[in-house]
Ligand binder design. Structure first.
Ligand code: GRF
Length: 209
């Protein structure tokens, strides 16, 4: 069984997409063994509860410093036996120790076509506000391996989404989630679980069948 730990901070619709993909058989051999939120009461934890998935809140506020917080996070994830760490709307900046502990085994979903509209300060609606402000006609989502930078790791999968006249950031966010994020995150997990994608020497090695 390929085990994944999912780190969340908010509503958990990407977590739900992975749960649903496992449920409908499109993620064979994959199991979510742990969901961890930094936010008490995040609806993503409720989603895990509903499906009987082990979940908890590990809040940075409960620790004297970042090092202690990430020690607790590393221990919890290692204790779950996860093979892959999936950041699904997780808004805490990872420490170098955490990245080293799971190097090459952390992926993130970002709501734009990296390298556009990404990096420090680009998260949630801000990403879509920037795309609309710039006037791009196409945006989308990206799944990438996580390295020490912000949204700088090797790209695994991307999916484009058209921007329509009159789109608001909220309408665009929903379309990018529905048409891109919720599809490519399960796809990326399956590709990694099947050994078709791995991170090597700082690059994503994709083996197309
Ligand atoms: C998504 O837009 C994701 O791309 C970004 O944060 C948001 C999380 O949404 N990283 P949800 O918690 O998965 O609904």
């Amino acid at each position: 069984m390929f085990k994944i730990a999912v780190l969340v901070s908010g509503g958990g619709t990407n977590l739900q997409a992975v749960i649903d993909a496992i449920g409908d058989g499109s993620l064979p051999g994959v199991e979510i063994v742990k969901v961890i939120s930094n936010k008490e009461g995040a609806y993503a934890l409720k989603r895990a509860d509903i499906c009987g998935i082990d979940n908890c809140c590990i809040s940075p506020k409960a620790y004297e410093d970042r090092a202690a917080y990430f020690d607790a996070m590393i221990e919890a994830i290692k204790g779950s036996g996860a093979d892959l760490v999936v950041l699904a709307g997780f808004l805490v900046v990872l420490s170098a120790e955490f990245i080293n502990a799971f190097r090459g085994r952390i992926i993130n979903i970002h709501p734009s076509l990296i390298p556009s509209f990404c990096g420090d300060g680009y998260y949630g609606l801000k990403v879509h506000e920037a795309a609309l402000r710039r006037g791009v006609k196409v945006t989308g989502a990206t799944v990438h391996f996580v390295d020490e930078g912000t949204d700088t790791g090797p790209i695994i999968i991307q999916k484009a989404v058209y921007i329509n006249n009159g789109d608001t950031p909220e309408v665009l966010q929903k379309r990018v989630m529905e048409q891109a994020e919720w599809k490519i995150l399960p796809e990326a997990i399956l590709a990694i679980a099947k050994g078709r994608v791995r991170m090597e020497d700082g690059r994503a090695i994709v083996i197309y069948e």
